[in-house]
Design a protein. Structure first.
Length: 238
């Protein structure tokens, strides 16, 4: 069972999206468990402050290293020793499918969710947090980012997906984006009366042609939308 601990100033945001759909089922079936550690319980002074102004000036507040350390130390040592520690931050290494695959093999993960301007760098360096970003944009806090990372990781744990074969052809396997999908009706008439048919090959029943069509569509889409990914694929084949 994957054991996840979340250090957060907003514990009420969990499990959030993680208790729904297939991931929620995995939670109920104890494929993973999740518990939160409220940073406010480890605040200092009579106001239980968890943050302070940045040295050097500038806007916003920064999470204090002593608060993060106390919160982390409240987790049993048996967890901390074996756990991968992640601090979610826009300035971290970009999250990708390969990283999620590696995380899905872990037994214990600890995630630190930042707020405000972020976290004192000493806490990240000294306490051994790996910095990961979920994309080139800035959210208000790490809680949604943690749910993104966990959802992506948990769906890769064997037994979570109803159709594990779907993992083999989905986007990013082989550095390609997935081909487009179509379902019923075969001919769809939109509200303006215009007809849109499903590509004929998909209803031909010819598996070889369908496979080739899908591969070509994957390549075309990847070249257009993600040339960086396509170049990676080409380089790998050289
Ligand atoms: N001052 C930071 C910067 O410019 O890099 C942004 C801080 S952001 C407003 C507050 C918190 O949200 C961060 O500490 C982090 O935990 C989380 N966060 C925001 N965007 C994120 C992203 N793209 N990936 C992961 N975490 C993110």
């Amino acid at each position: 069972m994957l054991d996840v601990k979340i250090l957060t100033a907003y514990p009420e945001m969990f499990p959030g999206s993680l208790e729904h759909s297939l991931i929620g089922k995995a939670l109920k079936e104890n494929i993973f468990k999740i518990s939160t550690i409220d940073l406010h319980q480890f605040g200092i002074d009579e106001r239980m402050s968890i943050d302070d102004e940045p040295f050097g000036g500038g806007p916003g507040m920064v999470l204090r290293p002593d608060v993060v350390e106390k919160a982390l130390n409240s987790i049993p040592k048996t967890h901390n020793i074996k756990s991968t520690k992640i601090y979610l931050t826009p300035s971290g290494a970009p999250l990708n499918q390969e990283k999620l695959g590696n995380l899905a093999k872990m037994e214990k993960i600890t995630i630190l969710c930042g707020r405000f301007e972020g976290v004192d760098q000493r806490a990240i360096d000294v306490l051994g947090f790996e910095e990961i970003s979920i994309g080139d944009y800035v959210l208000a806090g790490g809680e949604i980012a943690a749910q993104v990372l966990l959802e992506g990781c948990i769906r890769l744990i064997p037994g979570v997906l109803g159709h594990p074969k779907s993992l083999l052809e989905e986007s990013f396997s082989n550095n390609l984006l997935e081909y487009p999908h179509y379902t019923r009706p075969k001919s769809w008439e939109d509200s303006l009366g215009k007809k849109h048919d499903v590509p004929e090959v998909l209803t031909s029943g010819h598996h070889g042609n369908i496979k080739t069509w899908r591969h070509n569509k994957s390549v075309e889409k990847t070249k257009n939308i993600r040339p960086d990914l396509f170049n990676k694929k080409e380089k790998k084949q050289d």
